[in-house]
Ligand binder design. Structure first.
Ligand code: SF4
Ligand code: SF4
Length: 233
């Protein structure tokens, strides 16, 4: 999932204070799971803003909505009409969601309420951890399902570095050395040979951005369907 973190309240309040009508929109997928931008967080932020407005004598109408996904047009479409009745939209989605809403509601100001952090997993109750940097050439097969790009702060493909001590990372003694994890799991798997040869440097030019992915089969099927229905009408 994409993990995000709510911006400090003062920053949010400052960014929306000049709008008379503000719609706060949550996202029911990733940022909802990491408890940063779902329905409950929308409710909480709306309440905080209303209280701050009251204390500061500011008049601002605040509306609330949460959609299933902010990174998909079909989920945004149902709230477009409602959103247009406001002066600005405060999005509690990830950076991708904020941008798609801004595209669809142009020229309405769309302001982010979150800082998008990383692609990660729920490690424990209330704890999320980074697991992938979307490098575009996954090497998890070689490294026993432990990503050295995302989990080693130096992203080294031939580790560990000289600072690894007792299975801990030199950058933070509270963090496991990713390379110790790779080593130990490969040993259990009987696959230590995987890291006995030097891995070639990754070609980070393949991590192109802005990245785009097209499923040609799907695009073709959609076109054929549209063509067929055009013919029959
Ligand atoms: S190698 Fe790591 S960063 Fe690259 S795609 Fe796989 S998990 Fe993600
Ligand atoms: S100690 Fe391990 S995880 Fe930390 S930087 Fe060195 S190789 Fe990477």
């Amino acid at each position: 999932m994409i993990v995000g973190d709510r911006k400090p309240f003062d920053e949010i309040r400052e960014s929306v204070k000049d709008f008379k009508k503000l719609l706060i929109v949550g996202c029911g997928t990733c940022v909802s799971v990491c408890m940063a931008g779902g329905e409950k967080e929308v409710e909480l932020l709306a309440t905080e803003l209303r209280m701050a407005n009251k204390l500061e004598g500011r008049e601002q109408e605040i509306g609330e909505a949460t959609i299933q996904r902010q990174c998909d047009r079909e989920y945004i479409e149902p709230i477009v009409e409602k959103a247009r009745q406001y002066d600005a939209l405060l999005s509690m989605g990830c950076g991708a969601g904020v941008q798609l809403i801004a595209d669809m509601l142009e020229p309405m100001p769309v302001i982010p309420a979150l800082n998008t952090r990383f692609i990660g997993i729920a490690e424990d109750e209330g704890i999320w951890a980074e697991r992938c940097r979307a490098c575009g050439q996954c090497v998890l097969g070689r490294y026993a399902g432990i990503c050295p790009i995302a989990r080693c702060p130096k992203s080294i493909l031939n580790g560990p570095c000289g600072g690894s001590q007792g299975g801990r990372c030199e950058t933070d003694p509270n963090r496991d050395c990713a390379w110790a994890l790779v080593h130990d799991r490969l040993m259990k798997m009987g696959l230590l040979d995987n890291i006995c040869t030097v891995a070639a440097p990754k070609d980070f030019r393949k991590q192109d951005f802005p990245a785009r992915q097209v499923n040609q089969d799907y695009v073709k099927a959609e076109k054929e369907e549209a063509h067929a229905s055009g013919k029959s009408s």
